[in-house]
Write a protein that binds this ligand. Sequence first.
Ligand code: DHK
Length: 168
Amino acid sequence: MATRRAAKQRSRSATTRSAGSRSLKILVLSGPNLDRLGRREPEIYGSTTLAQIHERLASEATARGARVECRQSNHEGDLVTWIGTAGDDGFAGIVINPGALTHTSYALYDAIKGVGLPTVEVHISKPDAREPFRRRSRVAPVVFGRVAGFGPSSYSLALSGLLDRLEA
Ligand code: DHK
């Protein structure tokens, strides 16, 4: 009896382990100045902090049987490196808010194109309705979707759309 219980237990933990390793892992990146969310221009970006956004994404991913790893850097090179190694690191897709690098970075364009993972571009605000320089996104041609203007929910909508696509 004890032996059967032990065998059942072993098989359950194997299932859990393999379900865990099967679950989709998404890389969530935020670029320059997004570490200041909650304090930075609250009339544009709101009062939610990046840590709160990350917590919400983690629970939304868990609810869908997926996982997120959330990172922020003020340095373009960090983002380029993280994107470039995302496939090798087992990520199935990327959600990225490149901050102002959206409008300038050919390096991010190349990194996203090169890694070949489905990527969603996210903005908290609606850049098209702001200064003219924000109307151009350098990464737009290499992402499969863009979400902007929903405040912190932009990240959640992007994650949801990415998981829908990966599960399809
Ligand atoms: C964030 C930034 O930091 C800006 O440079 C972009 C984006 C817009 C956002 O809305 O999340 O222009």
